[in-house]
Design a binder for this molecule. Sequence first.
Ligand SMILES: Cc1ncc(COP(=O)(O)O)c(C=O)c1O
Length: 334
Amino acid sequence: MGRIVKNIEELVGHTPLFEFVKYEEKENIKAHILGKLEYFNPSGSVKDRAALNMIKAAEREGILHPGDTIVENTSGNTGIGLAAFAASRGYKLTVFMEPGQSEERQKILRAYGADLQSMLDVPGVAEALGNGTFSTQFYQDAIQAYCDAQPTPHYFINQLANEANPRVHYATTGPEIWEDTDGKTDILVATSGTAGTITGLTKFFKEKNPDIKVVAVQADPTSRPGGSENPQTIDGTAPFGDPGFPDAFKAPFIVGFNYDECIDVKGEDAYALGREIAKTDGVFLGQSAAAALYAATLVAKRPENEGKNIVVILADNGMKYLSTNMYPLDKRVQ
Ligand SMILES: Cc1ncc(COP(=O)(O)O)c(C=O)c1O
């Protein structure tokens, strides 16, 4: 039967669950590594789900109207998803981003018509960073104040505190995985940015089966974006699991969240695995996806996990990282 899609929103979700059989064979892995290929979403990442759900929730609540400007702080994928759906629904979009985001991300956002601003342009932020009073809450308040001061309606979508972010993973990503594994999911492995994905999924899975293990993945301290000398950072991840890491700098959803284990991954290990898996299984991963797969591999190799289904969330693909040194070009054809 024919099927013609008339709106990109119809393409959000129902992403494939892919078993890395060639890689498992090569590494003699006896567990099943099942990658949720979130780059099959229409703007290319897991964040399409949250972006669309947050817009729909605001419309339902009557706080967002056609022609309004949506405002968000984002380092890329949420902005790209919002930009795509702002275009399809008739909104303007302003994104505030950390300095130094890859050229691809910025060009994609511009292609969808978004207005790009530096986070340092939010009134008060540069000063707060300079005098040590900056925190996640401070940043959220500063953007809200910016929106309130605009002469036309500006709606701050605030993925860090917006319940429609984790809720969409509880409502869609979790059930999709549950169905595709016939209810046999043993271990979940995911990175965390806003923590919408991991907390929404954990809520769903723990309700289904309290014995499911949740492995949260973060960048090793040497591989964190911003302030790191290491050119091999892991984009799309926020630190949360170090002893003593202050709550004020964590994504609010991860504060108090109970995971079973936290694994630190080094950028060089994630990059190397990204390069390998493109060749073994033909899957081209982004940085956080490769980091998550690296952690899933460590878990899969443990003897006690033989035969288990390990689901790993693969947030995006390698296209947005072509200007980084994750996928170098060692031979150029002239
Ligand atoms: C590449 C990438 N990986 C992982 C994540 C984490 O997703 P979440 O915000 O749901 O924790 C994000 C977004 O934040 C991302 O852009």
